[in-house]
Design a protein around this ligand. Sequence first.
Ligand SMILES: NC(=O)c1ccc[n+]([C@@H]2O[C@H](COP(=O)([O-])OP(=O)(O)OC[C@H]3O[C@@H](n4cnc5c(N)ncnc54)[C@H](OP(=O)(O)O)[C@@H]3O)[C@@H](O)[C@H]2O)c1
Length: 347
Amino acid sequence: MIRCKGPHSLPLARGASVPFASIMTSMHYRRFGRLGWQVADIGYGMWGMAGWTGSDDQASLESLDRAAALGCNFFDTAYAYGEGHSERLLGETLKRHPDKRLYVATKVPPLDRVWPGKAETPIGDVFPYAYIREMSEKSLANLGVDCIDLQQLHVWSDAWADDEGWQRAVSELKQAGLIRGFGISVNRWEPANVLKALETGLVDAVQVVYNVFDQAPEDELFPACERLDVGVIARVPFDEGSLTGMLRDGMTWPKGDWRNLYFTPEHLREILPRIARLEALLPDGMPLPELALRFILHHPVVSTMIPGMRKIGHVETNLAASERGPLDPSLVAALRAYRWDRTYDIP
Ligand SMILES: NC(=O)c1ccc[n+]([C@@H]2O[C@H](COP(=O)([O-])OP(=O)(O)OC[C@H]3O[C@@H](n4cnc5c(N)ncnc54)[C@H](OP(=O)(O)O)[C@@H]3O)[C@@H](O)[C@H]2O)c1
């Protein structure tokens, strides 16, 4: 078993970042809300390697190793990513880097396995008390740790905010030392559907879709996180891949790959002209993925972002964006015109 080491907290204001100069790239770190951890401003998303087609465990493990070597110290996984497979890959990575403080975030899947969470579903069908405890034990075993840094709920509806069951489970898991912090991963394109839960004081971090297109978290969620000192994890920084510039008209993925549900022909037809307009805005020498990550870096309330990566090359180029820092304010201002509040019915 790997013991959780205590968080090292430097006295840093939210949004301030410090470089870690003793490594090859100069990774920058930000304070993770009230938990006080110093986390890399570019972390690691671990869904693709255990859920999307084209994954290769060896390549994924090498990518994770490279990220750790370059100073990335925040890794987001979930039980639902391959029914524990992604968690086990992270567990192997933790064992290979016993000298490093790597922060582990995972998630309890909804009992009914329905994404997104819906107000009309009773919370007893989604996150009953005993189930949250049981799934946390399973994740602890998959990860090979005796304490999870951040346990999150994988869907949410604020209709459940007052429920005593999840609140008791979270408090008891913390008291027992089985989790250090607790977070909620909010439904796609519903960033405000967690504000009531934040007011309980039990939520240390929020995970939300935030990227060049999806800027709505800035309206209500980010101010609330700032006020309550809640850590913010920006997920899906590349809009599931469109903001890498690699998608083409008519593209499909092998049967069973979730991206077929997201990039429907209709959605893709709307995305591609927006990508073309974005590419016309790129400063000389800046690839689109770099613009996407450095846009997110501009927001001081974001503690870390978690690009999905399965290849060493992607790890190296993405983590290098940390050193380059936030985009020039004039470019951020121009990107305001690319905000896109979507309403597709997508899981
Ligand atoms: N409900 C939830 O809680 C929820 C939902 C979605 C995602 N998440 C979390 O957020 C993380 C990030 O989201 P995501 O992985 O779905 O999507 P994403 O980060 O927006 O995009 C990932 C895609 O971008 C590609 N990519 C990464 N860097 C690249 C680069 N420099 N150049 C070209 N392509 C690049 C990846 O390729 P390779 O994989 O081939 O490297 C992958 O196809 C997930 O891994 C997961 O941890 C949580």
